[in-house]
Ligand binder design. Structure first.
Ligand code: ADP
Length: 542
């Protein structure tokens, strides 16, 4: 027997309608290149979203056409998120910091019909325009007064484009499974791959993200996503914040400026902020130097790469701010796990608490995790055994745009994250490596990340990376690559002495090389791919 409940589709349009009706007077505050502090309300934002939807239909777009954005976190980007998806097109967010070839690859692969972009990115697009095959309209996110000179064909000004249109729009009834948005992974390995979110996946993800033991968002919060809108929908916050009716604070081009962030947080009364560890490292250094306070900030969510305990400790001890470690991927919308306490946490001793905090956390309801070995055999949840991390759930990608599904899923349909992890008896997951980076020595796995963490604990090591290099007996052995502090007089023995006793004997690197610089990807992660290429013929000492 089927239940007799209404089949109301879970669409982003429904989030917009709810925010408009319930939280219309809440503010959205942004920094933009043409205005240091723009502020308006959700009501005003959605009025402009309807004008934008009318403008888009006048551009002659068809349902499901992809519309690309290259923009920072600000109110115009917010309007595009809703105007595009709710009108039945696909909002394709693109990371402007990617290499130029990757941007043109992504735009062509997605067949974007229009591009909306920040005025500062005009030179970038002028350089790429010859390669962009599908783009018919270039729209600069600014007003008439700030419209730059450009050779881009028929370039339009965003404010001019929307101003003459009606603020009434009849939103289409969309199927909840329709695509709403598209985001390419940064392609640390191979070409970027498109993750095509649906209205339903975004709505369900937002419900989960808002739960008390997830990001715990409330109408009374003021939230600042430092994480970019072009990275997995600002971790879904673009939908979750209006869903709960929180005040929205957007740092625009200032997201990398610790002083500006501190001022925005203090001035706007930010209670919750989300970003990658490097952002918080910069902010904490700034606060230590200036003695500035963050009186309203209650919590931060940190993810994207492992968050060092030192960041969490400083936030908690000096500023009374709780930090929650989170793990996710573009392919998981991105929320997979969050490290929030369970009921017995308060009774734990300090060290045991720290051990929990360092983990990436437990899955939010909706996603399931498992770890498997090379033969797809599930590994125990004992906090020791590690295996390939697999995930499934309604906001996990079922395939990549225009690609064969099998490439990223195991035979049971679970998505292979490419991460290696342990899971403890309480269900907390901890990342130990990327599948491609784990070192397979004589059939046993060595975690490159753990070796790096121990190595950077040496006071004269600025940065460290570990890769596996060929070994005649063990197949692979770890090579440690170190960037010493500029004035350091560091020796191989000193680094190895520091590591001895902190890791298993057989995990000790077979050799250490000193370099001036370690290569990074466009998203700031260490490029192990490059390092492996550089050291592919490296001979380890006998
Ligand atoms: P890309 O690596 O292509 O930029 P994502 O931005 O989606 O793609 O990154 C996802 C990956 O980032 C994860 O698979 C994981 O390796 C890493 N990651 C994310 N959060 C964390 C975390 N808290 N700790 C360690 N690694 C993390």
């Amino acid at each position: 027997m089927r239940g007799q409940m209404m089949n109301q589709p879970l669409t982003i349009t429904s989030i917009m309608r709810h925010a408009d009706a319930q939280h219309g007077s809440r503010e959205i505050v942004s920094v933009t290149h043409d205005n240091p502090r723009h502020r308006y309300t959700y009501t005003e934002a959605f009025r402009r979203v309807r004008k934008l939807a009318n403008a888009l239909s006048d551009l002659g777009l068809k349902p499901s056409d992809r519309i690309g954005t290259l923009a920072w976190n600000d109110y115009r980007h917010f309007e595009l998120y809703y105007g595009v998806s709710c009108a039945g097109y696909v909002c394709h967010t693109i990371n402007p910091r990617l290499f130029e070839e990757q941007i043109s690859f992504i735009v062509n692969h997605a067949e974007d019909r229009c591009l909306f972009f920040d005025a500062a990115l005009v030179p970038l697009l002028e350089g790429l325009v010859e390669q962009l095959e599908s783009v018919r309209h270039f729209v600069i996110l600014t007003d008439r007064d700030h419209m730059p000179e450009t050779s881009l064909p028929g370039a339009l000004c965003y404010e001019e484009l929307i101003e003459s249109h009606s603020d009434g729009f009849d939103w289409p009834d969309l199927d909840e499974h329709e695509a709403s948005s598209l985001c390419y992974t940064s392609g640390t390995t191979g070409d970027p791959k498109g993750v095509l979110y649906s209205h339903r996946s975004n709505v369900l993800h937002s419900y989960a993200a808002a739960l008390p033991d997830s990001m715990g968002l409330r109408a009374g919060d003021t939230v600042l996503p430092v994480v970019p809108m072009f990275h997995a929908n600002a971790w879904g916050l673009n939908y979750t914040i209006p869903m709960v009716g929180a005040k929205f604070v957007l740092p625009g081009p200032e997201s990398g400026n610790p002083g500006a962030l501190a001022e925005l947080m203090q001035g706007e009364g930010v209670t919750m902020a989300a970003g990658v560890p490097t952002v918080w490292l910069g902010l904490l250094q700034h606060l230590a130097k200036t003695g500035q306070r963050l009186d309203t900030l209650e919590r931060t969510v940190v993810g994207g790469s492992a968050c060092p305990l030192s960041i969490m400790d400083e936030f908690r001890e000096k500023h009374g701010v709780e930090t929650f470690h989170a793990w996710g991927m573009t392919e998981t919308s991105p929320l997979g796990t969050l490290c929030t306490p369970k009921s017995d946490f308060d009774s734990l001793a300090h060290d045991a608490k720290q051990a929990v905090r360092a983990k990436q956390g437990r899955p939010v309801y909706g996603v399931e995790l498992k770890i498997t070995d090379d033969n797809n055999i599930e590994q125990p949840w004992d906090g020791q055994a590690f295996g390939s991390l697999k995930i499934r759930g309604p906001w996990v990608a079922d395939g990549y745009y225009k690609l064969d599904k099998s490439s990223a899923h195991d035979s049971d349909g679970w998505f292979e994250t490419g991460d290696v992890a342990t899971i403890d008896p309480d269900g907390y997951m901890q990342i130990t490596d990327r599948t491609k980076d784990v070192i397979k020595s004589g059939g046993e796995w060595i975690s490159s990340i753990e070796l790096e963490n121990v190595a950077v604990g040496h006071p004269q090591v600025a940065e460290a990376a570990v890769i596996g290099v060929q070994h005649p007996k063990w197949a692979e052995r770890p090579l440690l690559i170190v960037v010493p502090d500029s004035d350091a007089d560091l020796t191989k023995e000193a680094v190895l002495d520091h590591m001895r006793g902190k890791i298993a004997k057989w995990w000790m690197p077979d050799d250490v090389v000193f370099v001036d610089e370690i290569p990074h990807t466009a998203t700031g992660k260490i490029s192990k791919l490059k390092l492996r290429e550089m050291y592919q013929d490296y001979t380890l000492p006998a």
